[in-house]
Design a protein around this ligand. Structure first.
Ligand SMILES: Cc1cc2nc3c(=O)[nH]c(=O)nc-3n(C[C@H](O)[C@H](O)[C@H](O)COP(=O)(O)O)c2cc1C
Length: 163
């Protein structure tokens, strides 16, 4: 027999483990852990990230109109925990953690090169029904480490040891 849970919070599980990277107008890079991440459209391919307006990253995505969703793999726990608990408002998170990155190819945001998958997105719209502003992003490119691609460019998700 089912009973009512006490809390309604975060009742869709498991929460995805993603790191969103972004850049401000001055060219400063930042990244934060985002659990509010989802696929929202197949054609065109679109995804969504939810960011609380008080996060330092929020104004970067708002201003630049773009972001990268990075999927971390096992071994990246230290960086993941740091990026999800410290703010770029107080420190240069990339320098503090020696985050490896390169410029996006389609958008103006950094790609975390130690993550096996990085998804470049440009914001098409946003809405804020509650605590998080939901940024809907058109998928501009999906970068995948070569070892996780088959000969036709298909992604070998099962081979990946994601966090
Ligand atoms: C597991 C986990 C999931 C999180 N999910 C979100 C999220 O979906 N949206 C959000 O705005 N913050 C989320 N956070 C909190 C931010 O990652 C955290 O506040 C971060 O320090 C913000 O960094 P910033 O101020 O440099 O942008 C999450 C943190 C953790 C540990």
């Amino acid at each position: 027999m089912k009973k009512m849970a006490k809390s309604k919070l975060l009742c869709v599980q498991p929460v995805p483990r993603t790191i969103v990277s972004c850049r401000d107008r001055q060219g400063r890079n930042n990244a934060l852990v985002v659990g509010f991440t989802a696929n929202v459209s197949l054609d065109p391919a679109m995804v969504m990230v939810g960011i609380v307006p008080t996060r330092f990253s929020h104004h970067m995505v708002k201003e630049s109109g773009c972001f990268v969703i990075n999927l971390p793999k096992k071994g990246y726990e230290k960086e993941y925990n740091y990026l999800g608990s410290r703010s770029g408002r107080d420190e240069d998170k990339f320098a503090a953690m020696n985050i490896q990155w390169k410029d996006g190819e389609c958008i103006n945001a950094p790609i975390l090169t130690d993550c096996p998958v990085s998804i470049e997105c440009s914001v098409v719209e946003s809405t804020q029904p509650g605590t998080h502003e939901l940024f809907i992003g058109k998928v501009e490119a999906v970068h995948v480490d070569e070892e996780y691609l088959d000969e036709k460019g298909g992604i070998l998700w099962d081979k990946m040891d994601l966090l």
